[in-house]
Design a protein around this ligand. Structure first.
Ligand code: HEM
Length: 162
């Protein structure tokens, strides 16, 4: 995070990133409304529902990060991100909240892939490729959760984040 912050927390890059997120939220909510009644196939359905979840997630997530930084004056570091995951009962909210965000991200990419991809790869149809992308999101989310909770050793969260 310290390394990547040099890029995404650069004021210019961060403003572009946050504007992109805002555009995603606004266009995503609009597209959800337009496509809701015309989405037929499984991937079309997955596309609109993961898009809706990502839009709502972005609103909550980015408000929390900016609120933590500018209102609570916290360093919104790793501990900020994982404090809720490592405490009961807040983890009842944070586990599905983050898991659905990661899985929605893969589901969203998979839906676009199934729509745009025209070629088979190693004999796999575009739909099968998309299924693989989507399913890959599940072990990926489990791996991230392992890193964020470190189930066997536990994580010492500094008091300020509790
Ligand atoms: C387990 C899941 C996640 C955790 C624990 C997490 C945690 C965090 C933390 C701690 C920050 C603050 C970064 C900083 O101050 O340097 C942050 C920012 C952010 N996150 Fe996440 N995040 C998660 C998932 C996601 C997902 C799935 C997305 C997008 C699809 C996302 C998009 C963002 C964005 C756009 C920011 C704002 C970056 C900025 O302020 O420049 N996050 N997240």
């Amino acid at each position: 995070m310290n390394l990547l912050r040099q890029v995404y927390r650069n004021p210019f890059v961060e403003i572009v990133l946050l504007c992109a997120v805002l555009v995603q939220i606004i266009s995503g909510l609009k597209l959800f409304r337009i496509n809701r009644s015309i989405a037929k196939s499984n991937f079309e359905q997955l596309h609109i529902w993961t898009g809706l979840y990502l839009a709502v997630f972005f609103i909550i997530h980015v408000s929390a990060v900016l609120g933590g930084r500018f209102l609570l004056h916290l360093d919104t570091n790793f501990y900020f991100g994982v404090a809720g995951l490592n405490a009961f009962p807040s983890n009842i909210f944070f586990i599905p909240y983050y898991a659905l965000a990661i899985i929605s991200f893969f589901g969203h990419v998979a839906s676009v892939h199934s729509k745009k991809m025209k070629r088979t790869i190693f004999g796999l149809t575009a739909n099968r490729q998309a299924e693989i992308i989507f399913v890959f999101g599940i072990p990926f989310a489990v791996l991230i959760f392992y890193g964020l909770t470190n189930h066997f050793r536990g994580i010492d969260i500094p008091e300020a984040y509790n």
